[in-house]
Design a protein around this ligand. Structure first.
Ligand code: KG4
Ligand code: ZN
Length: 327
């Protein structure tokens, strides 16, 4: 089965061809980082315009690299929500037109489920499981039962983890996005600056207190940037790892998945592996290129949805699974 995956929910235009849910025939990502870095953050109007310019080219190169034609594709998978509406509209309208003109069925995909299902491409994962989705827009703990039902058991009460990285990056006058640069600087420093303890009930998260602490610290102190980055990163990772392990133990799951752009973080990957091992939890983390927004993860989600949701094609746009239940 060949699935074309299209993702334009934020600032990356991506199209992929995925074979049988496992073989990535192509996964082209056109990043807008350079353009948005001029503004210190993502500028939604500009993101949508860039998608308009890029989408046809990215689509054509994905087919070319996969060595297929549109008529070979069995399903078109496309991000439906959540995301920046102007950005989503470009990819989803493009996908609808492709589907309408070719007769190939369209599978709308929830972006967060795409991130979680990115993990299924390289691994065979047994459910139930807990997933932590950490990106520029989301920080959520999600429980997935054996029937692939998703329930969000925790989320951030304010900033997302990636957003916090990017905002701290801006405070330190680093280029956008700050996450990967802070990660690199942190690896060259010592976590020797005390960070505040932020207590949040249950499985929820809060990063705004840490962000304010960083702003005040940067204004009032002289410091070695590598050490400040290492201290900040160590705190964020501790918060994410502790809540994730607690959720796995409380819900008695054996599988844990880490997904989203921040899952590319080196310390987070190391720490969750170590703690998972200690607690007999199987930890699955996609390779770094599958952590950032990409078309292959959307195709992977569609593959699993086709396998697990009966009558998927009857009413694809009104499926309850297009949202994630909170509880
Ligand atoms: O999933 P993604 O590509 O887009 C969203 O859906 O938001 O995630 C982008 C986010 C940005 O905030 C970026 O700073 C962060 O992921 N990120 C990282 C790293 N690589 C990307 N954060 C920390 N460490 C990294 N190595
Ligand atoms: Zn994302």
């Amino acid at each position: 089965m060949l699935i074309l995956g299209i993702e334009t929910s934020c600032d990356d235009t991506s199209v992929a061809v995925l074979e049988n849910g496992k073989i990535i025939r192509s996964n082209i990502v056109s990043s807008q980082d350079r353009i948005h870095s001029l503004h210190g953050g993502i500028f939604p109007e500009l993101a949508a315009r860039q998608h308009i310019e890029n989408i046809s080219l990215v689509y054509e190169s994905a087919l070319r690299e996969a060595d297929v034609e549109l008529k070979d594709i069995d399903y078109i998978a496309s991000t439906y929500s959540p995301g920046l509406i102007g950005s989503l509209l470009v990819g989803f309208s493009f996908s609808k037109s492709l589907s309408f003109s070719s007769g190939i069925p369209l599978i709308p995909v929830h972006h967060i489920k795409g991130h979680i299902y990115s993990t299924f491409i390289e691994n065979d994962i047994s459910l139930p499981a807990i997933a932590l989705v950490v990106s520029g827009g989301h920080t959520s703990l999600i429980y997935i039962d054996e029937k692939h039902n998703f329930k969000e058991i925790g989320h951030t009460l304010d900033d997302a983890a990636g957003e916090t990285y990017d905002k701290v990056g801006r405070m330190l006058e680093l280029p956008f996005p700050g996450g990967p640069i802070i990660d690199k600087l942190a690896s060259q420093g010592e976590a020797n600056i005390e960070m505040p303890n932020i207590k949040v009930e249950g499985y929820n998260f809060s990063f705004s207190g840490l962000k304010t602490f960083m702003l005040n610290f940067i204004r009032k102190n002289s410091f070695k940037i590598e050490d400040l980055c290492a201290s900040f990163q160590s705190k964020v990772v501790d918060i994410l790892v502790n809540k994730s392990i607690k959720a796995c133990l409380d819900k008695r799951v054996k599988s844990f998945m880490l997904a989203g752009g921040v899952a590319a973080n080196s310390l987070l990957r190391d720490k969750i592996n170590i703690e998972g091992n200690k607690n007999s939890i199987n930890v699955y983390i996609p390779s770094k290129k599958l952590c950032i927004d990409n078309g292959a993860m959307i195709a992977s989600a569609a593959y699993q949805i086709i396998k697990n949701e009966k009558d998927i094609l009857k009413n694809p746009l009104t499926r309850p699974s297009l949202s994630i239940e909170r509880g």
